[in-house]
Design a binder for this molecule. Structure first.
Ligand SMILES: NC(=O)c1ccc[n+]([C@@H]2O[C@H](COP(=O)([O-])OP(=O)(O)OC[C@H]3O[C@@H](n4cnc5c(N)ncnc54)[C@H](O)[C@@H]3O)[C@@H](O)[C@H]2O)c1
Length: 317
């Protein structure tokens, strides 16, 4: 089997290293290159993670450099500061947009048509920065969007109904943050509509929605960062990027008219395959869910506009 090279920028940190660890559990042959400005830290992560490859057929982990990037490689970006429990993800925009810009410029300086997969927060806006700076086609640049929120929803519903998460089909869409939208009307459990189950009620759905929105803050309060769940999300989407047959994830993509949304990056139903990420235009959302999705898009548009005008006034000074 052809080995795939995945570069993880920011891999000295918890999210990047956990993503590499989760990728080691995926079948196939991987070359995992860890890139970080913290040279000592990333060399330690590479040595430690490479020990785990002893039990695999043909997978290697080492410290990488931008000049190793080749056409169609997958570049995962986790560099940037994480939020504190008293912060929103949107509070990180100034610092992390500067880091994202430099990282994407370094990637693009290699002149290769790569796939850029953004994880750093606020992930929807950082994906937008990566799209702007890279100039790559939109199917090649996308973010984790609401895939982690969706993972949390599946685990929460599974816990309530006492069924395996794999029997549930449901998506959270919109901002990876407080305005996210859980699309309950299309959700199914073993093929049956979730809304027809006796346990379902609007209050029940609202409680679960609030729980998953508060979930990350709870983890950050106890152990300062969330990294195992997002690591699993990254590994599953990276694996999908190596396969011909598409898989559906609510990744962060640039909308161009779908669901009444344009010129905004947010979590939308998309097919991820070896061709990149492509928005699914016909996911069955109700009018109320589309309205909530548009409200979520407005939150992101406003934050983006504020960031752009702050950037403009700094440049003028
Ligand atoms: N998308 C999601 O769902 C999701 C979930 C969890 C965390 N995150 C985000 O992931 C990011 C990383 O979190 P973390 O806990 O790993 O943080 P961390 O502080 O542990 O790691 C960040 C790493 O980025 C590196 N870095 C900084 N500037 C760099 C540059 N210019 N080039 C290369 N590397 C650089 C740092 O040296 C550090 O090792 C945060 O923004 C966090 O909010 C996203």
């Amino acid at each position: 089997m052809k080995s795939r090279t995945v570069h993880i920028v920011g891999a000295g940190g918890l999210v990047g290293a956990s993503s590499a660890a989760a990728l080691l559990a995926k079948p196939g042959s991987w070359n995992i290159h860890l890139v970080d400005i913290a040279a000592e830290l990333v060399s330690g992560q590479a040595l430690d993670l490479n020990d785990a490859t002893a039990f695999l057929a043909d997978t290697h982990v080492r410290v990488g450099e931008y000049k190793d990037i080749r056409a169609d490689d997958i570049v995962v970006i986790t560099s940037g500061i994480p939020r504190r429990a008293d912060q929103s993800r949107l509070d990180l925009i100034g610092t992390n947009a500067g880091i994202m810009t430099k990282v994407v410029q370094s990637i693009m300086a290699q002149g290769q048509p790569v796939f850029i997969f953004v994880v750093s927060n606020p992930v929807d806006l950082m994906t937008r920065v990566a799209i702007e700076v890279s100039g790559l086609p939109s199917e090649r640049v996308f973010g984790t969007g609401t895939t982690l929120d969706t993972a949390r929803l599946l685990v929460a519903i599974a816990g309530e109904l006492k069924v395996p998460p794999s029997t549930i089909d449901a998506l959270v869409l919109g901002e990876h943050g407080d305005s996210s939208v859980a699309a309950f009307e299309a959700a199914t459990v073993s093929g049956q509509p979730l809304t027809k189950l006796p346990q379902y009620s609007l209050e029940w759905a609202e409680r679960i929605t609030n729980d998953i929105r508060a979930h990350a803050r709870k983890i950050i309060e106890t152990k300062k960062s969330t990294h195992w769940g997002i690591g699993a999300v990254v590994a599953n989407i990276v694996e999908a990027l190596t396969l011909e047959q598409g898989q559906t994830f609510p990744v962060g993509v640039m909308a161009s008219g779908q669901y009444g949304l344009s010129d905004v990056v947010l979590g939308l139903p998309a097919t991820v395959s070896a061709n990149g990420a492509k928005i699914l235009p016909n996911y069955p959302l109700t009018a109320a869910e589309i309205g909530a999705l548009q409200d979520s898009a407005n939150v992101l548009q406003q934050t983006w506009a504020d960031y752009k005008s702050a950037q403009h006034s700094t440049e003028k000074r």
